[in-house]
Ligand binder design. Structure first.
Ligand SMILES: *[C@@H]1O[C@H](CO)[C@@H](O)[C@H](O)[C@H]1NC(C)=O
Ligand SMILES: *[C@@H]1O[C@H](CO)[C@@H](O)[C@H](O)[C@H]1NC(C)=O
Ligand SMILES: *[C@@H]1O[C@H](CO)[C@@H](O)[C@H](O)[C@H]1NC(C)=O
Length: 448
């Protein structure tokens, strides 16, 4: 037992060092590679990748986030004013794309011939995410994952480690049980349309020090911690990793990430975690159920590099059986817009370390429990401190006694919203905007 403990401590010691990178934005210039990184050997290959990723994340940071939130709201407004989403005059077979992201691709019956059209459809902070658009298609034919050092061609792991951009699709329905976390490289799309793809009963997806990844239309559930070991994360590199946490999707030091129409439930740790100076992220039209810690954006109050974190959480359905963190935020700027929340068991939106939280046009339905009516939760701070954090609710709809405790400065009139400040769609539209959340069943030659 003693030997085990010593061994454990030495591993943590080995990976807990700090390196410094030239700052161009954040006053605090250190990136901590601690146990959250699950890297047992932070070798030269990974150091280079980490440095490049940080520079890329710093340049992905937008000093005018209101421009992005207002632009997003305007697109939702324009779509609804266009009248194309009313139910009147619609035949049963007609496709209704109820939000502007879906509108961009979903009703095209030829989606299977033009899958990369999706790459132009991201909105919000992740809007420039194009995934594997510049690359070839890679068809996953083999659901197995029995060689994590030299994965067989045809497997998802083989696709995910390639250097070049790839648009990864699936030959047929499959349940992929990953024997360890799947390390995905830059410039990839995982596109589950046309097949029912489950990532389940094994490791989850990890995006570490990468850029430009789309994860679309798959189901992720029952993800368990992996024991770690030597795992290939590039055709050029194998690295020693420590035990993984059992997150559904773990985003670490990465930028330009778009997660869309993914159904997630029952993972051991978080459903989605984005930490360590990750930014330019959109999480849209996903469906979350039956889980405790749903979305974590920023892992520690000490990680001030998360000040560049900018995330859009839009059109998602936070369904039955969820407890907390929808999302839980630190440091950065978070636009939580037009989501539908049903009956959280503790709280919906929480945070610490003075994040900016703009909640617009959500529908919050509290559970019967009289102690869980509050949407918001502030951790580790006295009111004298959190009262300065800007957490603002506009146009949200509150049902069953739900309420949002606002704080900080009112939203500014910006050059972008000006007179038309209330351009976002109120929470009464949230049901409509999230109607098709989660993984969709798509058949070739028919709208999804
Ligand atoms: C409705 O949608 C169709 C097809 O996407 C488009 O061509 C048309 O311009 C839209 N109409 C309005 C009023 O937005
Ligand atoms: C991703 O693709 C872009 C554009 O093709 C390229 O500039 C960039 O280097 C790629 N990123 C990586 C890490 O390969
Ligand atoms: C920088 O971050 C470290 C830990 O991440 C923290 O201990 C330190 O106080 C921070 N320094 C400043 C100037 O914010």
């Amino acid at each position: 037992m003693a030997a085990f403990v010593t061994n454990c401590v030495s591993v943590i010691f080995m990976v807990s060092f700090v390196f410094t990178i030239i700052p161009c934005l954040v006053a605090n210039t250190t990136i901590t590679i601690d146990k959250d990184a699950h890297i047992a050997d932070f070798d030269e290959f990974l150091q280079k990748r980490a440095e490049k990723a940080l520079q890329s994340s710093l340049s992905a940071y937008n000093p005018h986030p209101e421009e992005v939130t207002d632009n997003f709201n305007k697109q939702v407004g324009d779509l609804l004013l266009g009248g194309n989403v009313t139910r009147r005059n619609l035949k049963k077979s007609d496709c209704m794309a109820t939000n502007p992201i879906d509108r961009c691709w979903r009703c095209d019956p030829n989606w299977a011939k033009d899958r990369k059209k999706l790459a132009r459809c991201a909105r919000g902070f992740g809007r420039y995410t194009t995934g594997g658009m510049a690359g070839n298609y890679y068809v996953v034919t083999d659901p197995s994952d029995d060689d994590i050092q030299n994965p067989r061609p045809g497997t998802l792991r083989h696709a995910a480690i390639q250097e070049e951009p790839l648009w990864i699709i699936f030959e047929r329905n499959m349940v992929i049980r990953l024997s360890e976390e799947l390390l995905i490289t830059s410039n990839k799309t995982i596109d589950g349309r046309g097949a029912e793809v489950h990532i389940a009963y094994g490791g989850g997806l990890t995006l570490q020090f990468v850029q430009n990844v789309i994860i679309h239309n798959i189901r992720i559930h029952h993800i368990y911690p992996g024991s770690g070991g030597m795992i290939r994360d590039s055709v050029f590199h194998i690295g020693l990793r420590t035990k993984s946490d059992g997150d559904g999707i773990s985003i670490f030091g990465s930028n330009h990430i778009w997660i869309d129409h993914v159904s997630m439930s029952k993972c051991s740790d978080g459903l989605i975690d984005a930490i360590m100076a990750s930014t330019a992220i959109t999480i849209s039209s996903c469906k979350f159920n039956n889980h405790n810690d749903v979305i974590l954006l920023g892992a520690s109050d000490g990680h001030s590099e998360d000040a560049i974190m900018q995330v859009t959480v839009a059109f998602n359905r936070f369904g039955k059986g969820l407890v907390q963190r929808m999302p839980r935020c630190r440091w950065g700027f978070f636009h939580i817009v037009n989501n539908d929340y049903a009956q959280w068991q503790m709280y919906a939106i929480g945070g610490s370390a003075h994040p900016t939280i703009i909640s617009q046009g959500n529908r919050f339905k509290a559970a019967k429990n009289q102690f869980t009516k509050e949407v918001t939760k502030r951790d580790y701070a006295e009111e004298s401190e959190w009262s300065k954090w800007q957490w603002r609710s506009e146009g949200d709809v509150f049902l069953n006694g739900a309420y949002f405790v606002e704080s900080g400065a009112p939203l500014h009139e910006t050059p972008f919203n000006g007179k038309n400040k209330l351009q976002f769609k109120p929470g009464s539209y949230a049901g409509r905007l999230t109607r098709y959340a989660g993984a969709l069943k798509c058949k070739a030659s028919q709208p999804c």
